[in-house]
Write a new protein. Structure first.
Length: 315
């Protein structure tokens, strides 16, 4: 498997993304990664009539072979696909009835002559086409092009400090804003190193490191037939707060904490002897409350440098 390495580029003022694009032949480029697709498994059914909506004798049905490709000139995909065949006639609920489904790679259905809608999905990527099954004549193999690729998300703190997976998550949004000014959410709470299958296009990625204020954003392009690995750069660090009686001493229990930004706004609060939190790069004030007494200390957060912030009882 060959790789095309792209130089690091600045995607926005708040995030730097390092991209590596891997051409995909069939689905080969996607096999080595944990898959995150959100697809729904359905029972496989075989012979259906578009008009009657029920199983029909095999003698009156036609065999319909379907395959999907990531790109026009790609190979037929052998796994990871979800196929659905719908009647074109809405049911009582106004929805198109599902007539048959299959999971895996290429699919074969026994269908009565008539019209159908066929949908194939590959994770969050998908394609739909109208299919007409003739009564007579040759029935060619139906090829559907997904125009899809994949993206793997990760992040570092500072120049190259890896962030623990449990502290990191991503949300994937559409690149364009909706009528209400908000972006459409495509997939939420994506863990690092999980492959997300998407239609080709540009997506707005939001990365959260911890649960306070370390957030970066970037617009990332997904190319058809390629696997895009994006490493986003956070300007943040993990801070450990301690109220101690002497430098390097044990943290004093029953302490309530508040962390204020340079503007004076409270960005985090905790009731713990030894709170651990991730903060964006900047200037802060730590305030500790213990036995009706208040202690405080100004400190700075530098990207990629985790450290302890100790407040002495004598301060």
């Amino acid at each position: 498997m060959s790789c095309l390495m792209h130089a690091a580029r600045s995607v926005s003022v708040v995030a730097t993304v390092f991209l590596a694009l891997t051409p995909a032949h069939g689905e080969d480029a996607f096999k080595a990664f944990k898959q995150l697709d959100g697809s729904v498994k359905m029972p496989k059914l075989n012979a259906f009539s578009a008009n009657m909506g029920g199983t029909i004798p095999p003698s009156t049905s036609r065999n319909v072979s379907l395959e999907a490709r990531l790109t026009n000139d790609g190979e037929a995909m052998q796994q990871g696909l979800s196929w659905r065949v719908f009647s074109p006639i809405p049911g009582p609920d106004g929805k198109l009835p599902l007539l048959a489904s299959a999971e895996g790679g290429s699919a074969d259905f026994q269908l009565a002559p008539g019209d159908y809608f066929v949908n194939v999905s590959f994770g969050r990527a998908g394609a739909t086409k109208k299919l007409t099954v003739p009564r007579d004549g040759e029935m060619e193999k139906q090829v559907m092009v997904l125009d899809a690729g994949g993206i793997i998300l990760n992040a570092v703190s500072g120049p190259d400090t890896r962030i623990p997976a449990k502290e990191l998550k991503f949300d994937v949004y559409s690149s364009e804003a909706l009528a209400d000014g908000e972006r459409g959410l495509v997939l939420a709470d994506v863990p690092p190193n999980a492959i997300v299958r998407l239609n080709a296009g540009t997506y707005h990625i939001v990365s959260e490191y911890g649960s306070v204020n370390a957030v970066v954003r970037a617009d990332i392009k997904v190319e058809a037939g390629k696997l895009t690995e994006a490493v986003m750069q956070h300007h943040a660090s993990q801070i450990n707060l301690k109220l101690v009686s002497e430098p390097g001493g044990e943290a004093i229990a029953d302490t309530a904490w508040s962390v204020l930004a340079g503007s004076g706004d409270i960005v985090a609060e905790s009731v713990s002897a030894f709170p651990v939190m991730v903060l964006a790069e900047g200037e802060y004030t730590a305030v500790a409350r213990n036995k009706d007494k208040i202690y405080q200390k100004d400190f700075a957060v530098d990207a990629g440098r985790n450290e302890d912030v100790e407040i002495l009882l004598t301060q």
